[in-house]
Write a protein that binds this ligand. Structure first.
Ligand code: 5GP
Length: 225
């Protein structure tokens, strides 16, 4: 964000000073595999300023088109264990037979700069982040039906048959966890769902508690008159 730009949340010139006073939100996004969260998150990252993406570590095989260090940090199980021992993860879980973990360092770096950070993690990871960071915002993306989810996964064709079936099987339990989330976005229409996600992020930034330091600085200027 450039000095002097306007930000709608407090309608003032957005300066580095304001940025330093703001701490970013942790935004948890979960959905079953094939729920379409990848596409929605890409759109939010493109459209909303000051939102970062938490790049997880995983032991899963890299898919065609994925980039190490962009989609995930792809590591082996021994390296994953070492990171657990060094307490590098905010949370980690075994999902569909592979390990996935969220880096504490990345989250600290981004939120201290005042950026929100999206954690695209499974329902187990979401539960453990909620316990550790109760102020985290949690969003569940629900596909409009099982059939739509199945079609998306089949058409995506990124998984072998056995893995695809495992993901579909796991989705039955995963969707039940929607109850643990604050917000539900139904992904029947990608443009509308992306818009819903952006609205949630904007509304969370507008919460008084999220702006307390900025408000204090503004009120100070009134006291000094
Ligand atoms: P995929 O293999 O399709 O990229 O991801 C499989 C599942 O793992 C998805 O539900 C995704 O949200 C989840 N996942 C990705 N990164 C993490 C992470 O760091 N922690 C946890 N708990 N789940 C993750």
């Amino acid at each position: 964000m450039v000095n002097g730009e306007y930000i709608s949340s407090f309608n003032l010139p957005f300066t580095t000073y304001h940025l330093a006073l703001m701490k970013g939100n942790l935004i948890i996004i979960s959905s079953p595999s094939g729920g379409g969260k990848g596409t929605l998150i890409k759109e939010v990252l493109r459209a909303v300023p000051d939102v970062a993406y938490s790049i997880s570590f995983t032991t899963r095989q890299m898919r065609d088109g994925e980039i190490n260090g962009k989609d995930y940090f792809f590591i082996n199980r021994t390296e994953f264990k070492q990171l657990i021992e060094k307490s590098e993860f905010l949370e980690y879980a075994e999902v569909h037979g592979n390990f996935y973990g969220t880096s504490i360092k990345q989250i600290k770096r981004e939120t201290e700069l005042g950026r929100d950070i999206i954690l695209e993690i499974d329902v187990q990871g979401a539960a453990s982040v909620r316990t550790k960071v109760p102020e985290a915002v949690s969003i569940f993306i629900l596909p409009p039906s099982y059939e739509v989810l199945q079609n998306r996964l089949v058409n995506r064709a990124t998984e072998k048959k056995a893995d695809l079936n495992l993901r579909l099987q796991n989705s039955i339990a995963e969707v039940r966890h929607n109850e643990e989330f604050e917000y539900i976005v139904i992904n029947d229409d990608a443009a509308r769902a992306a818009n819903d996600l952006q609205s949630i992020i904007s509304a969370e930034r507008l919460k008084r508690i999220r702006q307390i330091e900025v408000i204090r600085a503004i009120l100070n200027s009134f006291d000094n008159i």
